[in-house]
Design a binder for this molecule. Structure first.
Ligand code: HEC
Ligand code: HEC
Ligand code: HEC
Ligand code: HEC
Ligand code: HEC
Length: 488
């Protein structure tokens, strides 16, 4: 007997005989269905007909393969079960039926497999398609997974609230697509297993709280931001007005007015101003994971030469650490997820009038309530408005009767500010995610512009205030420049 013949006689014929049972047939159909779906998906992808949607990955890299394997496993399970049953009943034939298309039972089996496969294919394909479309939406990325709740909350009130998460986090291209898939699958597993973590804290993988920033896997801005924003655009100067309220009874308001020299690429192709200068090639080394300590910066000048600025403590040596080409995200790291400080939050709400500056001591008391410690947002929702009321009841009860509506509105708004910035369950609180724009609340620009970064020729990265902005008014009450400009 040839090997092939032996295989046919001793393995395939018994397998086909025992395999003709509902469990194995179902397994075969599941396997074929998921297999065919995956293969067509891969073919469509190779032909470039699919959007780079990372969440398709959950289906095509996790769910379908799982189904495929389950189906595959069902086939031998069915065979073993049927064999055992027939053995018990003593019904195993001396010779297994021939593989013969004239055999009615066998033909029947094939028909079932075919029909089931077609049905399965349609069902799995449709379900996968609808699931994937849904999973592409920011609603899915941000809200079906509570882990993302801080980022999603900030995103919804950001200028990018209509830009899909995947536009910045994945961008286009096959490589990004695949790594996002793998990463997404890992996160899905971590989130799914999270409730089990207390059972075996060290063994079960889980997500970190808070989700760490920077996102080291984020791609260079030219693949993401720059698909919408042209870095060569010239923005000229930008006026910025900031209001501050004092802690006194009257919540005295002062304003700071500055003109930021944004620049860009001007009509003569000069790279000028904040945007222009950094569009050239600047590399830096950060020595901490948050990219806050930057002792080494190298700039490639327009003539091709390089200037290396090194913090004086290093004595000219190159430090160890992540080496990175500076791009949009090194300043705009909170473009879609701006978490503000408690001071910024209350100042802008008071400037907008959603917290009335006419309430005595509202700045001081509001700030204290915002910074209070609450175990959850639900607790803050009750305690913040109650705290404000209690304050006025004990200090100045007249306010509660004369300005009842304003006190109530202020309490609500304070809670809103809290809920947009503090997420106790993710350990995100005021200041957890620093913003690199500016230098008042966080090091920001001054990570490099601190006049301690010196080049060999003695020049240093500028700290000249007017290189970046002209201060038209600093903490002035009713600055004249604003009335000149017609801004109130
Ligand atoms: C306009 C671009 C943009 C969009 C749109 C966007 N992000 Fe981000 N996201 C960023 C940037 C930039 C960072 C910070 C990267 C860094 O510092 O390395 C970030 C960081 C994050 C982080 C890491 C934790 C943190 O706060 O830094 C998470 C989680 C996140 N984003 C989730 C989302 C989700 C969910 C959505 C959609 C609801 C979304 N992002 C939409 C640009 C974007
Ligand atoms: C899919 C398109 C798209 C992508 C990708 C995108 N943006 Fe934007 N961005 C916009 C639009 C549209 C606006 C204007 C929104 C408005 O004015 O309300 C905007 C506004 C901005 C603003 C001005 C915000 C303000 O306060 O007025 C900044 C800064 C910005 N984007 C930076 C970035 C950065 C950094 C990235 C990459 C991480 C990025 N954008 C990615 C579309 C995009
Ligand atoms: C060196 C830091 C820095 C880098 C790098 C940088 N920006 Fe900016 N950008 C700023 C500052 C500062 C502002 C003004 C901030 C403000 O409005 O409060 C700004 C403002 C903007 C605005 C709003 C412009 C307006 O008229 O209101 C957009 C859009 C923007 N940047 C996009 C980008 C993009 C896209 C990139 C990458 C190609 C980039 N920026 C790189 C610092 C930077
Ligand atoms: C990673 C380091 C780094 C960071 C962060 C950084 N810069 Fe710079 N910046 C440089 C280098 C290097 C130069 C070129 C040296 C110089 O001109 O002093 C430069 C030059 C400039 C100039 C031109 C100065 C001049 O004299 O013409 C401006 C304006 C500027 N930066 C603004 C900013 C602002 C605003 C921020 C924060 C939003 C910022 N930079 C953040 C590295 C940095
Ligand atoms: C490397 C660029 C750079 C330098 C140098 C610089 N600043 Fe700024 N500064 C900024 C940027 C960018 C902002 C706006 C941040 C924002 O968009 O909120 C800012 C904002 C400010 C504000 C308003 C902040 C607020 O939130 O009220 C003040 C005040 C200020 N700078 C003072 C100074 C003074 C004084 C100097 C000189 C010692 C100086 N800055 C040097 C980039 C710079």
């Amino acid at each position: 007997m040839s090997v092939l013949q032996k295989l046919r006689e001793e393995w395939i014929r018994p397998a086909l005989f025992f395999g003709n049972n509902p469990v194995s047939l179902a397994g075969g159909a599941i396997t074929t269905g998921s297999g065919v779906t995956m293969i067509s998906y891969w073919m469509a992808q190779m032909a470039g007909h699919l959007s780079s949607n990372p969440y398709l990955g959950i289906i095509f890299f996790l769910f379908l393969p799982m189904l495929f394997l389950i189906g595959l496993a069902l086939i031998p399970v069915g065979i073993v079960l049927r064999r055992r049953k027939l053995l018990r009943e003593g019904l195993i034939p001396a010779e297994f039926p021939k593989v013969d298309l004239n055999d009615r039972i066998f033909r029947h089996g094939i028909d079932i497999v075919l029909v089931a496969t077609v049905v399965n294919f349609l069902v799995v394909a449709t379900a996968s398609y609808h699931g994937a479309t849904y999973m592409d939406s920011p609603q899915f990325c941000g809200s079906s997974c509570h882990v993302m709740s801080p980022e999603y909350t900030a995103y919804k009130v950001s200028p990018h609230s209509h830009v899909a998460c995947v536009e910045c986090h994945i961008g286009s291209g096959a490589e990004a697509y695949f790594s996002a898939k793998i990463n997404g699958t890992k996160q899905l597993i971590e989130v799914t297993l999270h409730p089990l973590v207390p059972l075996a804290p060290r063994l079960i993988p889980t997500y970190p709280t808070p989700i760490p920033s920077p996102v080291t896997s984020l791609r260079p801005a030219r693949y993401t931001c720059e698909s919408c924003h042209s870095p060569r655009r010239f923005d000229g100067d930008k006026l910025l007005v900031k209001s501050d309220f004092a802690d006194d009874e009257k919540n005295t308001e002062t304003q700071t007015v500055l003109i930021l020299h944004l620049g860009g690429v001007d009509s003569l192709s000069h790279y000028i101003g904040i945007h222009g200068v950094h569009l050239g090639h600047i590399e830096y080394i950060a020595t901490d994971p948050s990219r806050t300590t930057i002792p080494w910066v190298e700039r490639t000048n327009p003539d091709g030469s390089q200037t290396t600025y090194v913090a004086s403590a290093l004595n000219g040596a190159e430090p160890k650490g992540e080496r990175r080409v500076m791009d949009c995200i090194d300043c705009h790291n909170r473009a879609a997820h701006t978490f503000v400080t408690a001071e910024e939050a209350i100042n802008s709400a008071m400037a907008a009038g959603s917290i009335s500056p006419s309430l005595p001591y509202i700045h001081k008391e509001g700030l204290a309530l915002l910074k209070g410690s609450y175990t959850s947002q639900a607790e803050a929702r009750v305690k913040i408005p109650a705290g404000l009321e209690a304050f006025y009841r004990s200090q100045n009860p007249a306010v509660l009767t004369e300005k009842a509506a304003l006190v109530q509105a202020a309490g609500k708004e304070l809670y809103l500010l809290y809920s947009q910035n503090v997420f106790p369950f993710m350990k995100v609180t005021w200041g957890t995610h620093p913003n690199h724009i500016g230098h008042q609340s966080y090091p920001g620009c001054f990570r490099c512009h601190d006049s301690d970064h010196v080049a060999k020729d003695g020049t240093f990265i500028t700290q000249d205030c007017s290189a970046c902005h002209n201060l038209l008014a600093v903490d002035e009450s009713k600055p004249k420049v604003l009335s000149v400009l017609g801004i109130h």
